[in-house]
Design a protein around this ligand. Sequence first.
Ligand SMILES: CC(C)(COP(=O)(O)OP(=O)(O)OC[C@H]1O[C@@H](n2cnc3c(N)ncnc32)[C@H](O)[C@@H]1OP(=O)(O)O)[C@@H](O)C(=O)NCCC(=O)NCCS
Length: 331
Amino acid sequence: MSGIYRSRVAGTGSYLPEGVITNFDIEKMVETNNQWIIERTGIERRHKAAPHEACSDLCYEASIKALKDAGLTAQDLDLIIVSTVSGDQVMPSTACVLQHRLGARHIMAFDLSAACSGFVYGLSVADQFIRTGMYKNILVVGGEVLHRLVNYKDRETCILFGDAAGAWIVSRAEANDPNTIMSSHLHADGGLGDLFVLPGGGSRMPFSQEVLDSGNHYVKMKGREIFKNAVRTLTQCCHEALAANNVKSHEVDWLVPHQANVRILESVAEYFEFPKEKVIFSLQETGNTSAASIPVAFDLAVQEKKIQRGQLILLAAFGAGLTSGSVLLRF
Ligand SMILES: CC(C)(COP(=O)(O)OP(=O)(O)OC[C@H]1O[C@@H](n2cnc3c(N)ncnc32)[C@H](O)[C@@H]1OP(=O)(O)O)[C@@H](O)C(=O)NCCC(=O)NCCS
C-alpha cells in the first residue's frame, strides 16, 4: 500500500457499561435456556447501557482511556471517526456529539456505517488520511447500544447482542518505527443485505404506528445464512491479508476476529488452519457488540497482557451489508 507516511496504534481503550444481561435473565423473557445459548453461541452475558447512557456516552469513556494510553489530549486530534449503527440519533452524528464532549478542536468528525465491520472500515479510512500526510492523530471509535435495537421477544437475536465501545488513537509513525498498520482490505456484498436488517426508521419505512406494531424498528436476521457467510467471508479475509503481505499464518501472533459466535470463530480458525489458542475470544463476556467488538476484544486482551507491543495482529470483520474486511498490523 502506498503513501508518504505510515500509521501506528498509539493508544487503545474500551468501555463496558455496568449493567449486565445474563443468559438467565433472557430465560425469563423467551423460550430458551443458558445451556442452549452457551452451546450455540458461546455467550454467557452481555453488557447493557444505563437508561441515561447513549452511544456517545460509551464512546466518550473509551476515547478518554485511549487518549490517556496514547499520552495525548483531545486537542491533539485531527479527525474523529465513530463507527456505529446505534448512534445517539440520526443527526447530528455521534462523532460530532463526541467531538464537543471531548473538547476537541473544530476538526472533521463523522459517523461510519458498516455494521460489525465498522471498526476495520474506520481504521482503513484513518490509515489513508495518515498515509497521505493530511492528519497526524485520529480517534477511531466503535460504539454500540444494541440492546435498544433488539426485540426481547425474538429468541434468535436477543441472545446475541450487547452494548460497548472501543477506541484507538491512530497516529503518524516515525520513519523507522516497525510497529505500523501494514494493510487493510475491505469488501461489501449488497446483494446479501436482506440477511440482516433493521428496516424501520429510514426513508423507505419511516416511523409510524404500523412500524412499531410490526416490530420493524428491531433487527431482523436470517441466522443460519449469516452463519455460513460469516465463516466463508472471514476465512477469505484472513487469507487475503496474509497473501497481500507475503506473511505466513504461523507468523501471526493473534487473530482478533469480530466477536459474533464462538462456533463461527472456531470454524474460521479451522478453515484458516490457525491455532484456536491464538484467537482472541471475549464474546462470552460481551456478546456481539457490532462495531465495538474488535476494539473491545483487542483492548481486553491488551489489559490481560495477551496482546503485547511488537506483535503481529490480524483483525477480521464481518457484518450486515454484508460487509467484511481485514487489517494486518504490527502493534
Ligand atoms: C442465531 C444462531 C445462534 C442460531 O443457532 P443455530 O444453531 O443456527 O440454530 P438454528 O437456526 O439451526 O435453529 C435450531 C433450532 O433452535 C431454535 N432456536 C433458535 N434460537 C433459539 C434460542 N435462543 N433458544 C432455544 N432454541 C432456539 C430454532 O427455532 C430451531 O428450532 P427448530 O429446529 O424447532 O426449528 C446462529 O445461527 C448464529 O449465531 N448465526 C449467526 C448470527 C450472527 O452472528 N449475526 C450477526 C452477524 S454480524
